[in-house]
Design a binder for this molecule. Structure first.
Ligand SMILES: [Zn+2]
Length: 197
């Protein structure tokens, strides 16, 4: 914790050195991308993409799960997606799964979640079990990739997303990130597989 506090203190000095860039943020934000990633601490979207402040609108959920469209019921996830698509007008949505994902592991392995009722509820109600054809590998690559593609289907259930995709003004992507190598792969729908970016 201490190193984080120290960095937060020195960050102000860093911003002062780049005053022009940061002062421009007062005027508002116009990110082109909504980046949906797992809450896992090993996944750092700005580190992966090199995004500067104002360039990525982020939604972090356990397991980068996109829950079913909530309609009029309160949902932080649906609200975030709707705001990004309808107000900010993002051009792309990226759902980024990652290797060694604990949430996906729980989905496919069905581990004991009796002490984690909120986690169990989220996984049971928000995501189906990824179907895999091969034995699970330690990095869970196949399960995570199938899971990420399934979240794209959930995105299409959101009216704001469906409208813009149909109009050709929004594109959705599924990525797979390896936490131990930094490799990023993107889903190619024509090949039904993930390929290096
Ligand atoms: Zn994860």
């Amino acid at each position: 914790m201490k190193s984080l506090v120290d960095n937060a203190r020195s960050f102000t000095a860093h911003v002062a050195e780049r005053a022009q860039e940061f002062h421009a943020l007062e005027a508002g934000q116009s990110p082109e991308v909504l980046f949906i990633a797992c809450s896992d601490s090993r996944v750092v979207p700005s580190l992966i993409t090199g995004a500067r402040p104002g360039e990525l609108f982020e939604l972090r959920t356990a397991g980068n799960i996109v829950p079913a469209y909530s309609g009029g019921r309160p949902s932080a996830e649906t609200a975030t997606i709707e705001y990004a698509v309808r107000v900010l007008g993002v051009r792309d949505v990226i759902v980024c799964g990652h290797s060694h994902c604990g949430a996906v592991n729980a989905l496919v392995s069905g581990g004991d979640l009796s002490g984690l009722p909120a986690v169990r509820s989220w996984l049971e109600h928000a995501a189906g079990r990824p179907e895999t054809t091969a034995p699970l590998s330690p990095d869970l690559a196949e399960a995570v990739q199938r899971h990420a593609v399934a979240q794209l289907e959930r995105l299409y259930e959101h009216p704001c997303v469906a409208e813009r995709v149909e109009a050709g003004t929004l594109t959705v992507h599924a990525w797979y990130y390896e936490v131990h190598t930094g490799a990023v792969r993107a889903y190619q729908s024509a090949a039904s597989s993930f390929r290096p970016l």
